[in-house]
Design a binder for this molecule. Structure first.
Ligand SMILES: [Zn+2]
Length: 56
């Protein structure tokens, strides 16, 4: 059985092996970062929440 890489969430430190498909992989200055499913959702919410409210 091959060794699966263990990854840890860049935000909350949760680890998983192998990396779940629900995790987000992003390339950062330090290399590849993973965001767990929960942090991915929080991230999306933050992006949506950061939209200007006076858009209209
Ligand atoms: Zn996380």
């Amino acid at each position: 059985m091959p060794d699966e890489p263990t990854v840890s969430c860049a935000w909350c430190g949760t680890t998983a092996s192998p990396p779940p498909v629900t995790w987000t992989v992003q390339t950062a200055a330090r290399g590849i970062e993973y965001l767990c499913e929960r942090c991915t959702r929080d991230n999306v919410r933050k992006i949506e929440g950061s939209l200007p409210t006076d858009y209209w």
